[in-house]
Design a protein around this ligand. Sequence first.
Ligand code: ZN
Length: 289
Amino acid sequence: QALEVATSFSILGDLVAQVGGERVKVRTLVGPDEDAHAFQPRPSDARGIGSAAVVVVNGLGFDDWMTRLARAGGFQGKVVVASEGISTLEMSREDGHGHDHGHDHGKDTGKAVDPHAWQDVANVRRYVANIAAALAAADPQGAATYRAAAARYDGELQALDAEIRAAFAALPAERRKVVSSHAAFGYFARAYDIRFLSPVGVANNAEPTAKGVAGLIRQLAAEKVPAVFIENIADPRLIERIRSESGAVVGGTLYSDALSKADGPAPSYVRMMRANLATLQKALAAPER
Ligand code: ZN
């Protein structure tokens, strides 16, 4: 009988499936192209999670609702925090998002920790190790299988990380900046040295201020940002407005907080990172003369 594992969002669901393979049955609350920041659980969701053998969350304030839901459903085990042990990133005003930190990130410490750690492949290697350890603890008979799957997948992640670095290596400094809807790419920016500006902060649920958007449009022009990007989980209208007011080019769609559906270009974590890389590379390549 398969080990039942509940996860909060699609990217995490894929990581658990990569490690767990046929031994696990993964139930994911927030599906492809859906926004986990804005997720409103139904009472029936709690019942489904309460009976899971393992509950895996991202942590860092991204999906606290998942832990509350699991407890409400009667789950008594230890909730696995996939991001445990990563080097976290604090939000800075530098990232250009035009609203105050009125949302609940980091309310315990007074600092805003960026939860989007999966946008750095090195962090996801840690996620995978944490998931493998948790599955092995819950299902000791499968421990060797989980370890082997995690090792194989870790090799894939290492290659992916190297591929992204190599692809961006030739990009000149003045092309290394973009605008996306919400501040989801801080870890990507740190790892791969691409600067992201966003009208909306990390939580993706605050309305950007008019002043913030106007400031961003000025910055875009002043710094000659090559392209702006829509996100798969965000309303494209804000980016469309920024495009029309700044004259910037829309470089395509980036996958920030969710995978695509199975027939889309980003149905798994590895394919999501490759899809984002291809989209960024195309838009940021120096223009032909
Ligand atoms: Zn987000």
